[in-house]
Design a protein around this ligand. Structure first.
Ligand code: 13P
Length: 377
C-alpha cells in the first residue's frame, strides 16, 4: 500500500475549500431523471450530459474531484477526447463508482445489501491505469418499522470495509458512503440514533479490515428528519390571505433557519461521537434535499463548528449540484451554456458553504443571472 500517495490524494480532495461532484448515477437512475424531463434515455444523451458537466468553464475553482460511472469513464467528447482526460486537464481528480448497486437483502424485507466485491481488485487496477485516483461505494440503510436490523447494518459495514481495503491496496482513496435514507416519516432524533449506530459499526469494521483512516473520505448523510415526517411543513401549504401569508412566511423562514441550525447541531454531534479524528474529510451526500437547503445546512455546520472539529466538512453532492443544470438543459444544445452557468453557480455556493460564507443573497444573484442568460437564447 502506498500510504503517502493515498494521504496526498485524500488531502487534495478536501483542499482549498473545494468539494466533490458526484456524476456517477447508474444508467437506470440517470434514465429515470432524464425521463422526468422528456430527455431521451440513450447512451448518446448521457454522454452529451456528462460532456456538458466536464466542460463547464472554471469548474475546478470549486471542485476537487469528480465521481464517474463506468460508462462515463470510457466515453469521449464529441471531438474524440476522452472525458477523463478533460477532467484531469482541468485539474480535477477523477474518481469512479465501483459498487454494483444495492440489492434486496435475503431474509430482510425492506433492506438492501450493496454488491460488487467479486472481481473488484482487478477492476480497481484497471481504473487506476485509466487515471482514477479515488473510488466510491454506497451502502443504503432505510429507516422504517423495525428497520434497520443489526444484520443489515453489519453486512453493509463489513462490505464497505472490505471495499475500502481493496481500494487502498490498489492506490485509490475509498469514499466510504453509508447512506441513511431520508425516505419515511422518522424524526430527526431517530435519524441521529440510526446514523450513529451505522457510523460506529462502519468504523469498527474499517479498523478490523486494517483500513488506513488518513487515506479515506467519509460520505455520510446529514442528520435530518424524514421527508414525510409530520413536522415537515411547506410554505405552499399556507393558504390564508396575503397579509396572513406574509406573516406565516416570515415565521416559516425563521423556522427554517432554526431547523437548519438544529440539523447542523445534530449532525456534528453525531459525527463527533462516531468518526475518528484521523479521518481527513467528511463529504456529505445531498440525499434528496433541495440544492439551497443542502448549501444552507453545510454552511451552518461550518459557521458553527469549523474551528472546533478535527475533519474538513465538505460536499459530494449529485442532485444538489447538477439537478438544476439538468432541468435547464433538457437535452437541448441551445441550453448548454445556461446549464453550465447553473452548475458552476451551485459549485460556487457549496464552496462558499465550506467557508461558512454562503447566504441566500447568492441565490438572488442567480435568478437575475439566469434571466440575463435566457435573454441570450
Ligand atoms: P445525492 O447528492 O444526489 O444524494 O447523490 C450523492 C451520491 O453520490 C449518491 O451515491
Amino acid at each position: 500500500m502506498n500510504t503517502q500517495e493515498l494521504i496526498s490524494t485524500a488531502q487534495k480532495l478536501i483542499a482549498d475549500d473545494k468539494g466533490l461532484l458526484a456524476m456517477d448515477e447508474s444508467n437506470p437512475t440517470c434514465n429515470k431523471r432524464f425521463a422526468k424531463l422528456g430527455i431521451p434515455q440513450t447512451e448518446e444523451a448521457r454522454r452529451a450530459y456528462r460532456e456538458l458537466i466536464v466542460t463547464t468553464p472554471d469548474l475546478a475553482q470549486c471542485i476537487s474531484g469528480a465521481i464517474l460511472y463506468d460508462e462515463t469513464i470510457h466515453q469521449k467528447k464529441i471531438d474524440g477526447t476522452p472525458l477523463i482526460k478533460m477532467i484531469i486537464d482541468a485539474g480535477i481528480i477523477p474518481g469512479i463508482k465501483v459498487d454494483a448497486g444495492a440489492k434486496d437483502m435475503a431474509g430482510h424485507p425492506g433492506e438492501k445489501i450493496t454488491e460488487g466485491l467479486d472481481g473488484l481488485h482487478e477492476r480497481l487496477l484497471g481504473y487506476y491505469d485509466m487515471g482514477a485516483r479515488f473510488a466510491k461505494w454506497r451502502a443504503l440503510i432505510a429507516i422504517g418499522d423495525r428497520i434497520p436490523s443489526r444484520a443489515c447494518i453489519e453486512a453493509n459495514a463489513q462490505t464497505l470495509a472490505r471495499y475500502a481495503a481493496l481500494c487502498q491496496e490498489a492506490g485509490l482513496v475509498p469514499v466510504v458512503e453509508p447512506e441513511v435514507l431520508m425516505d419515511g416519516g422518522h424524526t430527526l432524533e431517530r435519524c441521529s440514533e440510526v446514523t450513529e449506530e451505522v457510523l460506529q459499526t462502519v468504523f469498527n469494521q474499517l479498523y478490523i479490515q486494517g483500513v488506513m483512516l488518513e487515506g479515506i473520505i467519509l460520505k455520510p448523510n446529514m442528520v435530518l428528519q424524514g421527508l414525510t415526517c409530520p413536522l415537515q411543513k411547506e410554505v405552499s401549504e399556507v393558504s390564508a390571505g396575503e397579509q396572513n401569508y406574509q406573516v406565516r412566511l416570515i415565521d416559516r423562514q425563521q423556522e427554517d433557519v432554526s431547523e437548519v441550525d438544529k440539523g447542523a447541531d445534530a449532525t456534528v454531534k453525531c459525527l463527533l461521537r462516531s468518526v475518528p479524528a484521523a479521518v481527513p474529510g467528511i463529504a456529505f451526500l445531498s440525499g434528496g434535499q433541495s440544492a439551497e437547503l443542502a448549501s444552507s445546512r453545510l454552511n451552518a455546520m461550518n459557521v458553527r463548528f469549523k474551528s472546533r472539529i478535527p475533519w474538513a466538512l465538505s460536499f459530494s453532492f449529485a442532485r444538489a449540484i447538477h439537478q438544476p443544470a439538468l432541468e435547464i438543459w433538457q437535452g437541448k444544445e441551445s441550453n448548454v451554456l445556461a446549464a453550465q452557468q447553473a452548475l458552476y453557480h451551485r459549485a460556487m455556493c457549496n464552496r462558499a458553504a465550506r467557508r461558512g460564507e454562503y447566504n441566500a443573497s447568492m441565490e438572488m444573484t442567480t435568478s437575475s443571472r439566469k434571466q440575463g442568460t435566457n435573454d441570450l437564447h
